[in-house]
Structures are given as C-alpha cells and as structure tokens.
Design a protein around this ligand. Structure first.
Ligand SMILES: [Zn+2]
Length: 217
C-alpha cells in the first residue's frame, strides 16, 4: 500500500484546522475545510508540489468554507468542491455577510459542485471515506471515515475532550451527542480523528475520557 501524508494548517482568526491529505508517491491530494487564508493554503500546496483533485467540506460554517471558492479559483477552477449535506446550504449562502459582521476579509459564500449525504463515499487514490451524517452542531455536518486507514475528519462534531457547540438557534446538543455515540464510537476505538479546532484524538480516547460522552442522552 502506498504511503500517505497529512498536513494541518490553522486558518482564520478561529484557528480552524484545514487539512492537506495526499499520496506520497503520486502527490494526488485533497484539501479538507479551506475556511480562509486561501493564499496561504495555496502557497503550501505549491511548496509541497501537490496535485489537488478535491476540496472536501465537513459543514457550512464560515471558518470551514470561507476560502473554498478562492482556493478553487487559484487551483485553476476545475477542482470540484464536495460536501457538506445540503441542510447546511443556508449557512454557506450567508458566509460573506457573517464574515463582514466579524471584520473578516477574503471570505466568500460557497456553492459546492456536489452535495453529499450519508451513504455516499469519497474516493481519491488510496483514500476511501464513508460518510456519516452527524447533525446537532449544524444540520448538515458530515463526518468522513477511512476505515482502512483508520482515521476520520470530524469537523466540529467532536473535539479532544469536548464536542461542537450547539447553542445556535439551529443547534441540538442532545442530537449531537446521540450522533457521536450511535454512529461514530461503534466504528472502533482505534480510529484517530482530525477535528476543526485543537489537537487530534481517537474515538477510543473520547469514549473513555470525554466528559460530554459519559451519559447516554
Ligand atoms: Zn462549526
């Protein structure tokens, strides 16, 4: 099996973890959640010599999608943007207005080339992600799990010792914890994950240590 590499670039004032994932030999790559600072993401892609074939989004919040359209342009306009679930469209249509309200520049509304949903898969080279719909932080949040390589991109669904905020008017904390406990934890303790903010962890670590997951809702 070929080797792969992962690089994480914190972007925007929210230090959102934008990920570059690529096959080491072929340099075929995907970018997950380019939430802003598209210039910086593009510079890293150039420096690493990556051939980006896909921009993948976990959910519609501005710090995850705000740089996606700019990055697509910089990459020549032909790289497709896939995800999240269409239930986050209302968030992605409001990125520019929300960003302006927070004094953030270079953030644009995002229209993906393809909406994804649970049951779809994401395939690129050696990577094969199954998709789980885990609402509660946002209605259209998707988690991407590569069961062969045993790692996942969880967006803002789950964090190291915490879970995504659910105090938005469209948020639902009970649904969020239920999504994590019923859909993600059963996939295996050994699955590591990259989350939207802060350090990586694993489903097993969080099953045992995360204070939000100790009581069944
Ligand atoms: Zn979010």
């Amino acid at each position: 099996m070929p080797d792969f590499k992962l690089a994480i670039l914190p972007v925007t004032q929210f230090e959102q973890n934008c990920s570059l994932l690529w096959e080491e030999d072929s340099k075929r790559a995907m970018v997950v959640d380019p939430g802003g600072d598209a210039d910086e993401i593009f510079a890293n892609i150039e420096k690493l010599g990556l051939k980006v074939e896909l921009i993948l989004l976990t959910h519609g919040h501005l710090d995850h999608v705000g740089g996606a359209m700019a990055l697509k342009e910089m990459l020549g306009g032909a790289v497709p943007i896939h995800g999240p679930d269409i239930r986050d469209k209302f968030l992605m249509d409001g990125v520019a207005a929300s960003a302006e309200g927070m004094g953030m520049t270079g953030m644009a509304n995002c229209t993906p080339d393809l909406w994804l949903e649970e049951g779809d898969t994401v395939d690129l080279g050696m990577f094969h992600f199954d998709i789980y719909h885990c609402p509660g932080h946002s209605p259209g949040s998707l988690v991407y799990v590569d069961k062969n390589l045993r790692f996942a991109f969880v967006g803002d669904v789950l964090f190291c010792r915490s879970v995504g905020r659910s105090d938005f008017e469209y948020g639902d904390g009970t649904l969020l914890v239920r999504s994590i406990r019923r859909k993600l934890l059963p996939l295996g303790d050994d699955i590591g994950f990259i989350c939207g903010h802060g350090p990586a962890s694993s489903f097993g670590e969080e099953r045992k240590q995360n204070p939000f997951l100790q009581f069944a809702p």
